[in-house]
Design a protein around this ligand. Sequence first.
Ligand SMILES: [Zn+2]
Length: 199
Amino acid sequence: MSRTQERGTVRVEQGRYRVQGAFHYVYPNSPIFDEEGKLVGVTNPRDITHIHTYGGEAPFFEALSQGRLLGTECRNPDCEHTGTRHVPFIIHCPDCLQRTDIIDVTDLARQTAKVHTFMVTERTGAFNTLKKPVRFINVEFEGVATILMSYLSVGEPKIGQRVVPIFNTHEPTYTILDLSWVPEGTSVEQLPDHFTFGA
Ligand SMILES: [Zn+2]
């Protein structure tokens, strides 16, 4: 496909995806020679636009762009563990396999979120867009059965540290990177570009 073609985009029309433009680009390759000049192989540069459908998780990502954190709760009265809350957002209860209800946990997070544990990494995977070193934190909430993986944007993480959520509400990417955390007491001026304390 030609590089002059428009990069692929998707819109929805009458409940169906309508795709437009190019989703696969191939670039000129280059040979790989050994120290004696013998051909060993070639590089194969190409780039692909994935279409990632969020399905039942779409409300979670939409809420981040609006400065709210959503979780889920099993409200099936027949579930052995009815009332169990989950953050991250899950669609089906792992105990009874019934559909969960969406709950807004923004205020709970502001009041009770703590660093359960953390990991600081200088080496990241392919396509990392976070600033290095990345301060990954596992966040726990009062009354929630699960622990959320995210990243700290200000300061150094400590186990037990109280943190509050921040949201990329100015230029949302509609991905999990729109959610980050800062130590309790952090001022608005210290937040990264495009982030706010939410709504
Ligand atoms: Zn259940």
